[in-house]
Design a protein around this ligand. Structure first.
Ligand SMILES: Nc1nc2c(ncn2[C@@H]2O[C@H](COP(=O)(O)OP(=O)(O)OP(=O)(O)O)[C@@H](O)[C@H]2O)c(=O)[nH]1
Ligand SMILES: [Mg+2]
Length: 222
């Protein structure tokens, strides 16, 4: 009984800080994406590609979630954009209070687009809102096409689903038709982008979609 109370309380506290983060980011005109996936699906690779393409038009900053290392933050830093590292020391997701600390250390007046790379995990990150405008997830062909039905929450909550490592499809038994059918049954509104970071394909389409989302948001006065 007491355990149930603790979990309920944790989610309530997270929700309160999520709302505060969201308000702060909106006030400062920062569009925020929570980028999620299983370990190794390609979040950092896609971020690197996106930054190279959009950093001339948008002031981008990144929050890097990682269990123990700064490896991804170093990759992002090499692209010349501000990056804050959060090491969760074993925790499997980022929560709103960790993101609050990260955004407190950034100059939000100088950011148009904030991307939060969540911890590689297909379950927990989808359960915690951290102040983002939208969630985007990366799925990859090497993970198998059964993942949407096995881990539906992340697919359900994502505005866009990037199907990455398309270049490896022929070496796997990934069934694209099944994947699209299952994604549609969980989230008919999600936009799906097929990308390959090694072949540099599909990234322009995703970047254009992100830019349009930011423009739409500005037009709504958010
Ligand atoms: N063949 C192929 N390899 C890719 C592609 N995208 C990423 N990779 C490789 O997949 C591995 C993992 O990529 P990352 O970008 O580090 O993945 P991640 O999701 O950020 O990983 P974590 O942060 O550890 O969860 C790296 O060796 C990448 O070079 C792709 O489109 N095709
Ligand atoms: Mg990464």
């Amino acid at each position: 009984m007491s355990e149930i109370k603790v979990i309920t309380n944790m989610l309530k506290v997270n929700e309160e800080i999520n709302v505060q983060n969201r308000r702060m980011l909106t006030e400062k005109g920062v569009y925020t994406i929570n980028l999620m996936s299983a370990p190794g699906a390609g979040k950092t690779s896609i971020l690197e590609k996106l930054i190279s393409r959009l950093k001339g038009d948008l002031r981008i900053a990144v929050v890097e979630g990682d269990l123990y290392t700064t490896k991804d933050a170093q990759r992002i830093e090499a692209h010349g954009v501000p990056v804050v590292q959060i090491n969760t020391e074993g925790a499997c997701h980022l929560d709103a209070s960790l993101i609050k600390d990260a955004i407190d250390s950034l100059n939000l007046n100088e950011i148009d687009l904030l991307i939060i790379e969540n911890i590689g995990n297909l379950v927990c990150p989808a359960e915690f809102e951290v102040g983002e405008d939208i969630k985007v997830m990366v799925s990859s062909t090497t993970e198998g096409n059964d993942k949407p039905l096995k881990y539906p929450l992340m697919y359900e909550k994502s505005s866009a689903i990037i199907l990455n490592k398309i270049d490896l499809t022929e070496f796997t038994n990934f069934d694209k038709q099944e994947f699209y059918k299952d994604v549609k049954s969980i989230n008919a509104d999600a936009v799906v982008f097929e990308t390959s970071c090694t072949k540099d394909s599909g990234i322009d389409e995703f970047c254009l979609w992100v830019k349009n989302k930011i423009d739409e948001n500005k037009a709504k006065g958010c």
